[in-house]
Ligand binder design. Structure first.
Ligand code: HEC
Length: 439
């Protein structure tokens, strides 16, 4: 069992275990790295490497390599020791040897960055699995494929889901953590024992927003009086990462298991029919495949997510700007063209299938004269992709739209697109609001 000991004046280290790869065929080379572990007192650390709770070796170097020969599910953890009775445990990582994660790829036809409201998105999912094969060679089973879509109204949401590519069934990991502890002597999953069943616990805290912290705390500190007079023992040596995994797994037992319907492996989605579209929203296409798993080992899920943004570019979000400034008025963001020449780097843009771009602008003062707007490829002096001119109605504060036509030859992906605006000296000042792409 793990111990965390403290002595006066010595602060314990923290253990961080990084695993190069979580799954693969045997012989499986386990490459472990603890170099992000730290000691607040700057003590020299030693590293003890465990597989299935068995100490393999204690090393002075924070790297360790171990070859697993037999297929199976393995649990790895690390204990760092600062030599002054301060130790820390990394928590378990699950390794699946003897099976490789399927590689999932969503291939899109046409534009790879934007969706267009009424134009179908055509996709095909390809899967390669080292052990099972591919759909093309008949080795895979469509019922193990899950294809679905989601619509995010802001990109922040998209950024937070990006990380979840490496997926291990959390129940497996929790089984190991619980197996390394004494929980099973008092708890069963779905029937009461000395303590309540995990399913009953899940039901009780189903609607409690603080359930995660509450359960973590209770498992660590024990206590009685919630389910009866019998006390639950404390587990002061369990680390937060393991506590959180157990708490989340218990919580998941209350989730209703709905049959998820998969879209076809190859199909089309018309955004305006499928979603309530908003400006700046993002369509997410997700595909995951769970393989059969080899003898003595577990199956693995591989997944891919593809993001398609709404067909709008906001010039105030440009990364490099010269002769213009980003501003906001009554909640509307814009890029103000202050100088006679302004340039803004709009970043990489895929113009595949884009026939025209509508630029919304506001002329903010009265006067004669026009501003020309052009998109250039690669740099402000690069080849022109499309150009247009503001039409001057002589009025102040009137929003208007100018159209940039995109030639057939220019409808392709660009690493960098620059917007360049030229205003003749006397023409009225203009702010740019957005660029809308359409076929
Ligand atoms: C010695 C027996 C015993 C052991 C060992 C034990 N528990 Fe418990 N557990 C109990 C009892 C009894 C209760 C009910 C306590 C109460 O009524 O407040 C309980 C309650 C719980 C609850 C519900 C808490 C609440 O307040 O509703 C959770 C979650 C839980 N245990 C998880 C675990 C986990 C995880 C482990 C292993 C790390 C574990 N228990 C080990 C006896 C035990």
């Amino acid at each position: 069992m793990y111990k965390i000991a403290y002595n006066d004046g010595n602060r314990p280290p923290s253990a961080i275990l990084e695993v190069e790869s979580y799954a693969g065929p045997v012989p499986f080379e386990l490459n472990l790295d603890a170099s992000r572990s730290v000691d607040p007192d700057g003590d020299v650390l030693s590293y003890s490497w465990y597989v299935n709770d068995e100490l393999l070796e204690t090393t002075e170097l924070p790297q360790y390599r171990h070859v697993i020969e037999e297929p199976g599910v393995y649990y790895v953890h690390l204990v760092v020791d600062d030599g002054n009775e301060g130790t820390a445990n990394s928590g378990l990582s699950t390794i699946i040897a003897g099976n490789s994660r399927p590689k999932v790829d969503i291939a899109l036809e046409g534009n790879q960055q934007f969706y267009f409201n009424n134009q179908p998105i055509r996709y095909t999912v390809h899967v390669e699995d080292l052990e099972d094969g591919s759909f093309e060679d008949g080795g895979l089973d469509e019922s193990r494929l899950l294809v679905n879509t989601d619509y995010l109204t802001s990109f922040d949401q998209a950024a937070t889901t990006l990380g979840h590519q490496e997926y291990i069934d959390p129940a497996l990991e929790v089984e190991a953590i619980i197996g390394n502890n004494d929980c099973a002597s008092c708890h069963k999953v779905d029937e009461p024992s000395i303590g309540p069943s995990y399913v009953d616990v899940a039901q009780k805290y189903k609607n409690d927003p603080n359930a995660e912290t509450y359960l973590m705390d209770k498992i660590k500190n024990g206590g009685s009086g919630v389910w009866g007079e019998v006390a639950m023992s404390a587990h002061p040596d369990m680390n937060d990462s393991d506590l959180r995994k157990i708490a989340n797994w218990i919580q998941s037992l209350a989730e209703e298991k709905t049959e998820v319907q998969s879209l076809a492996r190859k199909g089309r989605i018309v955004p305006s029919r499928e979603f309530q579209l908003t400006e700046g929203g993002t369509i997410v296409l997700k595909a995951s495949y769970t393989d059969k798993g080899g003898p003595g080992t577990e199956s693995l899920t591989g997944q891919q997510l593809v993001y398609l943004s709404g067909p709008v570019i906001f010039p105030h979000e440009a990364t490099e700007v010269d002769g213009a400034t980003a501003g906001s008025y009554e909640g509307n963001d814009f890029l103000a063209l202050n100088n006679e020449t302004a340039r803004a780097n709009l970043g990489s843009i895929d113009l595949t299938d884009v026939g025209q771009i509508e630029v919304t602008y506001v002329q903010i003062e009265e006067g004669e004269g026009a501003t020309s707007i052009a998109l250039h490829q690669g740099s402000p002096d690069g080849p022109v992709i499309g150009t247009g001119q503001t039409s001057n109605r002589g009025q102040a504060m009137a929003a208007d739209v100018l159209r940039l036509k995109i030639d057939r030859e220019s409808r392709q992906p660009y690493d960098q697109v620059w917007l360049v605006a030229n205003r003749d000296g006397s023409s009225p000042a203009v702010v740019l609001v957005k660029l809308e792409l359409s076929n």
